[in-house]
Write a protein that binds this ligand. Structure first.
Ligand code: ZN
Ligand code: ZN
Length: 115
């Protein structure tokens, strides 16, 4: 059985934490401690086609059924993205982002990936 890992560990560009890939479940693309992500995908998750590589700041949390989506904005190019939160994301950080969330974000500003 051949397993091609799509997930790699990376170092968080914001808090410096070593972020390990999730053992199972969805693709991890953000830091579980500070929720920052990196702008590496251009068209869809995992394509790694972006040349931006800017830091993606968590600017809001949205609830979608049982799941939480983290809204990220690239601090370099300003693109908005939504990503599924991971089970081990830091709860306190999630709450803090929720509280800091401004009302200025509308769903039409996002490009939603799947689901
Ligand atoms: Zn971090
Ligand atoms: Zn960017």
């Amino acid at each position: 059985m051949i397993f091609i890992p799509r997930q790699e560990s990376f170092q968080c560009g914001h808090c410096g934490a070593d972020v390990q890939p999730l053992k199972k479940g969805s693709c991890r693309n953000h830091c579980p401690q500070c929720l920052y992500s990196k702008h590496v995908d251009e068209v869809g998750p995992g394509d790694r086609a972006s040349i931006c590589h800017g830091l993606m700041e968590p600017i809001g949390i949205e609830q979608k059924g049982q799941e939480f989506m983290i809204c990220h904005r690239c601090t370099t190019c300003g693109i908005l993205r939504r990503n599924k939160s991971a089970p081990d994301d830091d709860g306190d950080t999630m709450i803090r982002v929720m509280q800091e969330q401004t009302g200025g974000i509308t769903t039409s500003d996002h490009r939603s990936w799947g689901s």
